[in-house]
Write a protein that binds this ligand. Structure first.
Ligand code: SAM
Length: 315
């Protein structure tokens, strides 16, 4: 569906839970014990209504999607929906080694693993848990299982893990894995004043040998700028929503784990679908309204103080 600013909205991000088994400093408080909100059947129903309105790609996120024991059932249900061509997953990787094979069988073709550091002590300081080894095992298992797309996403925070760019870029140098740097957004006290952000440009300047690539697919081109070098097997990507807004090309809409639609990551307007969960026509109508109300751009630069944590929205 085309929104009020002429953008084609075809990508839905679904936060399947706000629970997480990590507690990253820049994200939101860990909420391991709360309820999941939507059931697998409700998620299927809502995604079906989104598909009627032009959504072709779905990403499962959270919280941590792999803390839901029915995550493969959710993926399977979505893969059966007419019009959905691609299902992707964003995960912190802690449970990925156990789930990778089943996720692929359930229809997931692309996995993004969040990895901010290769240093065990830094990982513990950022996430609150000594579990770097689990994430690394998960990444290895994904390579073995053979997902068509495997990417790592890193958020560098000044004074915390900004010494990690070289180590992370080395992964793209040596393995068929894309490594992407996402700018810190204002969703926690660490991100709010903008002082800890490491911009994509700052990181890129440390790698003068990286050349821009033109090969990005249409859907990727909107968000990440990719770079490579002759000796590199993977690519290095930069997602810079703060220093280089890409709102004019945004094709996304978000479903929160409590059944609310969030048309823009950097704007607090939400549309609650729960009162209409059993009424197909009203679901369609509310989804159309939400897409048409997507604002022209986010307001991070105006000291945005988010009413939903990143752990609720899912990135
Ligand atoms: N638990 C999953 C994970 O860790 O990938 C999915 C949810 S997490 C909220 C999704 C992504 O959002 C992660 O890559 C995380 O690094 C990113 N993220 C969280 N807070 C952020 C912030 N303040 N700025 C930029 N990215 C953020």
């Amino acid at each position: 569906m085309i929104d009020s600013y002429g953008r084609k909205i075809n990508y839905l991000r679904v936060s399947v839970t706000k629970r997480c088994n990590l507690n990253c400093s820049y994200c939101g408080a860990g909420t391991e014990k709360c309820e999941d909100g939507l059931t697998a059947a409700q998620i299927e129903k809502i995604v079906r209504a989104f598909a009627v309105n032009g959504i072709t790609k779905v990403r499962l996120t959270g919280g941590e999607p792999l803390v839901r024991s029915d995550i493969c059932e959710i993926a399977k249900r979505i893969s059966g929906i007419e019009g959905i061509k691609k299902i992707a997953l964003t995960t912190n990787g802690i449970r990925l080694a156990e789930y990778a094979k089943a996720l692929k069988a359930a229809g997931i073709s692309a996995v993004n693993v969040s990895l901010d550091t290769t240093d065990r002590e830094q990982f513990r300081a950022i996430t609150g848990y000594d579990m770097l080894h689990k994430v690394l095992e998960g990444i290895d298992e994904c390579e073995r299982v053979g997902f068509p797309s495997l990417r790592l996403n890193a958020v560098l925070v000044k004074g915390r893990n900004d010494d990690q760019a070289e180590k992370l870029v080395d992964i793209a140098r040596n393995r068929k894995i894309d490594v992407r740097f996402i700018e810190l957004m204002p969703f926690s006290s660490e991100g709010e004043d903008g002082k800890h952000i490491v911009t994509g440009k700052e990181i890129l300047s440390r790698f003068p040998f990286l050349e821009p690539l033109n090969e990005s697919s249409a859907s990727e081109k909107n968000v990440a700028k990719y770079y490579g070098a002759e000796s590199f097997i993977g690519r290095v990507g930069f997602i810079s929503p703060v220093s280089e807004k890409f709102c004019k090309d945004c094709n996304r809409i978000r479903l929160l784990s409590d059944g609310k639609i969030k048309p823009c990551l950097g704007n607090d307007t939400v549309f609650d679908l729960m009162p209409y969960i059993d009424d197909e026509n009203m679901l369609n109508e509310k989804i159309r309204q939400a897409i048409l109300s997507k604002p022209m751009e986010h307001t991070f630069s105006c000291g945005y103080a988010a009413s939903h944590g990143m752990n609720e929205i899912g990135g």
